[in-house]
Structure formats: C-alpha cells, structure tokens
Design a protein. Structure first.
Length: 93
C-alpha cells in the first residue's frame, strides 16, 4: 500500500492564479445613496444594505487573498521538502 501524495504543482499554481485574478476583479462598489434626498424608509434601508454588502464583499476579498497567499506558501514549502527528500534519498555510490 502506497502512502505517496502527488501534487501537480503547475495545476495548483494555475488554479491559484485564477483565484487571485477573480478576487481582483470582484466588484465591491455599490450605490451608497439611493433616491437623493428622499426620506422613504425603503430607500434608506436599501442604502444601509448596500453599504453592509460592500463591507462584507471587501472582507471576503481580503480573506480570499490571504487564503491564496497561504496556499502558495504551503505549496512552496511542500515543493522544497519534496526536493530535500529527493536529494537525501539519492544513494551515493
């Protein structure tokens, strides 16, 4: 039974680049004022919801970016460990 773990680094890096690009393109700007000077309760509430959604989306972008960076760091660490193990496992004649 094999306990080998295979990581296709190029596929992981490609997926992470896609996540990073998607995160950067995520639009977080929403109208902060709807209806001008209107005092209708619905417009006031909608404006509040838009502001809340904008904050949540910004937080999500930060979280997603940190996750992408951490994953990149983990993949690089695994790659280095794999290289060290491969080098240490080479029999010397």
């Amino acid at each position: 039974m094999s306990t080998e773990i295979k990581i296709h680094f190029s596929e992981v890096e490609k997926a992470l680049l896609k996540v990073k690009a998607t995160c950067k393109s995520l639009e977080t700007t929403l109208p902060t004022s709807i209806g001008g000077d209107s005092s209708l309760q619905m417009l006031i509430r909608l404006t509040e919801l838009n502001k809340s959604l904008q904050k949540v989306t910004e937080s999500y972008k930060v979280l997603l970016s940190r996750n992408e960076e951490a994953t990149n760091g983990s993949i690089e660490s695994i790659r280095k460990q794999d290289e060290q193990i491969a080098t240490a496992s080479i029999p010397i004649p």
